[in-house]
Design a binder for this molecule. Structure first.
Ligand code: MD3
Ligand code: FE
Length: 193
């Protein structure tokens, strides 16, 4: 796990997120167990992450519109490939970027990202807007987790043994980001297929 503090340029990414969300709006997805996630989500790239009562998977089309997900902006892709290379994963080619939007009070419980085909590929994460406490655990759900504060512009790369660690986000605290307002955004770049 490599943390690149302030590696992203938030002002360059904000309009690109807005453009993706215009074509594929943020929505609250349903978990396998029928609950609603507190973070709103959308995707761009050749596929996007979808969840409903049938389970978790990647699909080429946005189920809301039936249309392909918006293309991944070149500036997203170059940020992800550059950060991955810096962390020792040259040649990373993400085919999707999942965008999470956290309002105040939203979070994400401890989970593993295991819906992708090749766990040899890293995941690159970009934090934007309000700060949050990221929890990183171990390879088993019951392992102790440790808090890491994430701020606007921070980039993390999870590869090798870190790729399957349990992780989560504590509920986001109230605040007002000059660019993103009362929200935290997170981009996760993945090679899904
Ligand atoms: C560690 N997102 O989208 S980013 C997710 O801030 C997710 O929105 C959180 O967990 C967020 O699945 C955390 C950091 C992150 C993302 C993916 C990982 C850490 C990871 C995959 C494997 C290990
Ligand atoms: Fe995750």
């Amino acid at each position: 796990m490599v943390l690149l503090r302030g590696r992203a340029e938030p002002s360059a990414l904000a309009p690109l997120i807005a453009a993706v969300a215009e074509a594929a709006p943020f929505r609250f997805m349903t978990t396998k167990r029928g609950g609603q996630m507190s973070a709103a989500m959308t995707s761009c790239g050749r596929c996007g992450w979808v969840t409903d009562r049938r389970g978790y998977r990647y699909e080429a089309a946005d189920p809301l519109s039936g249309q392909p997900w918006p293309a991944m902006p070149p500036a997203f892709e170059s940020l992800a490939t550059g950060a991955a290379a810096e962390a020792g994963f040259a040649g990373f080619q993400p085919d999707t970027c999942l965008i999470n939007r956290y309002a105040v009070g939203a979070g994400m419980g401890l989970h593993q990202d295991a819906d992708e085909r090749d766990f040899g590929q890293p995941i690159v994460s970009v934090s934007l807007g309000l700060p949050a406490v990221f929890l990183v655990g171990g390879p088993e759900r019951q392992d102790r987790s440790r808090p890491i504060g994430l701020r606007d512009g921070d980039v993390m790369v999870f590869g090798g043994p870190a790729r399957l660690l349990f992780h989560g986000i504590r509920p986001v605290r109230a605040g007002d980001d000059p660019l993103f307002g009362p929200f935290r955004y997170n981009l996760t770049f993945r090679r899904a297929r």
